[in-house]
Design a protein around this ligand. Structure first.
Ligand code: TRP
Length: 446
């Protein structure tokens, strides 16, 4: 059998994991979800979920991946031969393809915005022009083209294999994106609506915590940390034996959270300064950001740079998403990497076209009151990912031998890992109970 790839350096392993986690989920999805769900109340719930559910589950996924050196199916199978646990891999594959579909549409918008900014044709001098421009850019047929172009870029990176393409790109891009966000953050803090924006984001109104806010925050935590569908498991399987898993989990969660909060600090002051509504939904960030740039000297340059980096950050995320189904097609179905990648891209293109059209000709076509785009987003983030996470936490917490987690988290006893009891407690009790309760609560059963 072919030797499995291993990330070349420790920094590379972290940068790639953070690259998977940081993407549109932080910069596009977090502000819009926080905007819909009341700002501060959402942020508090989100914070709790990141550390009480996110970090333990990251540890669990990393351990399963590295211990078995397999994709999600193989991992469950090796740890519990003959069991049915591996079937949860199907949820993962379904969800990863759904996410890849709508994600590529939004990533396509970033390409469109990049091109328009670079050509200096983005005009956001006032609210109406800005909105009209967004509508013009995202309806019609052009977004289809950008979605396809984005998926093709993803294809090119993915087909190159694991360590080469992904790792090299992530090492350079992630720090650059971070720096740019810091600069924009300072800029937003100097705006007239800064205090109102910060109040919206940071002062929680606890009465606003409803079942749907809890479900939204939990879904966002899963989405943003790439949890619940074996993505981090697959990445864990490329970690070297000396990578410290819990430390990597905490670093990933912290950096991911910081980027989301930075995005919030950039967006909300601007929302209030320009008199927009925080509840605009998926279009929020794309309507607000260009305003910010229009106020900066050499605005279109900043804008172009930002959208370029956002595009690249999305790529490092979609690469990780693709890896789930590709490693399945290759390792379980015996396909060549090339065929698997083509299949993955083809499915995502079909889904992506539907999602892209749901802002245009299909905007009136709704299922359960949601457009195809929103349905894909909701079904994957708020349903599939938590279910995948539930299965993983129960599996590692209760089914696998107790020693397993301890051995992986301490690199087979090469150092003492003191927090094992806590991670274990979270996986056995907090994660399953929280996921089940929030889930049933939000569909009105309890
Ligand atoms: N976490 C990424 C983001 O925030 C999206 C992502 C990448 C993802 N891989 C995933 C989401 C796997 C769920 C599952 O943009």
């Amino acid at each position: 059998m072919k030797e499995r790839a291993v990330f070349a350096t420790k920094f590379g392993a972290i940068a790639t994991t953070v690259g998977s986690a940081v993407g549109l989920g932080n910069i596009w999805r977090f502000p819009y979800e926080a905007g819909i769900h009341g700002g501060g109340a959402f942020l508090i719930c989100y914070l709790l979920f990141v550390f009480l559910i996110g970090v333990p589950l990251l540890c669990a996924e990393f351990s399963m991946g590295r211990g078995t050196r397999s994709n999600i199916f193989g991992a469950y199978r090796k740890l519990c031969p003959g069991g049915r646990w591996q079937w949860s891999g199907y949820i993962g594959i379904l969800a990863s393809l759904l996410i890849l579909s709508f994600y590529s549409v939004v990533a396509g918008w970033t390409v469109e915005y990049f091109v328009s900014s670079a050509m200096g044709s983005l005009d956001f001098s006032n609210k109406e022009v800005g909105h009209a421009q967004f509508v013009a850019l995202t309806t019609g047929w052009r977004p289809l083209l950008w979605t396809v172009i984005f998926l093709l870029s993803n294809f090119v990176i993915v087909i190159g294999g694991v360590t080469k393409g992904i790792e090299r790109a992530a090492n350079i891009l992630m720090p650059m994106l971070f720096l740019l966000l810091l600069i924009f953050c300072v800029n937003s803090l100097m705006m007239s609506g800064a205090s109102e924006g910060l109040r919206f984001l940071f002062s929680p109104d606890f009465s606003k915590i409803t079942p749907s806010v809890l479900l939204g925050a939990m879904g966002q935590a899963f989405f943003s940390l790439s949890l619940g569908l074996g993505c981090m498991m697959t990445y864990g399987s490329y970690f070297s034996n000396s990578t410290r898993l819990a430390r990597t989990a905490v670093t990933t969660a912290t950096l991911d959270l910081m980027v989301a909060i930075l995005a919030g600090v950039i967006i909300f002051p601007a929302v209030f300064s320009f008199g927009l509504s925080p509840e605009a939904g998926p279009t929020l960030v794309f309507e607000v950001l260009p305003f910010i740039f229009s106020k900066l000297p050499a605005g279109s340059l900043w804008s172009a740079l930002f959208f370029l980096l956002l595009f690249l950050a999305s790529l490092t995320s979609t690469v990780s998403m693709s890896e789930i189904s590709i490693s399945f097609f290759c390792e379980e179905k015996g396909m060549s990497r090339k065929r698997a990648t083509i299949l993955n891209t083809a499915i995502a293109m079909c889904g992506g076209v539907l999602c892209a059209l749901s802002f245009g000709v299909l905007s009136d076509f709704t299922i359960f009151g949601m457009t195809i785009f929103s349905l894909f987003d909701y079904a994957s983030s708020n349903v599939c990912l938590p279910i995948g996470g539930l299965i993983c936490s129960v599996f590692v917490g209760w089914v696998v031998k107790q020693r397993y987690l301890g051995e992986e988290l301490s690199n087979k006893g090469s150092f003492r890992f003191r927090m094992l009891w806590w991670i274990s407690f979270c996986l056995r009790w907090i994660c399953p109970v929280a996921i089940v309760v929030i889930f049933l609560n939000s569909i009105g059963l309890i």
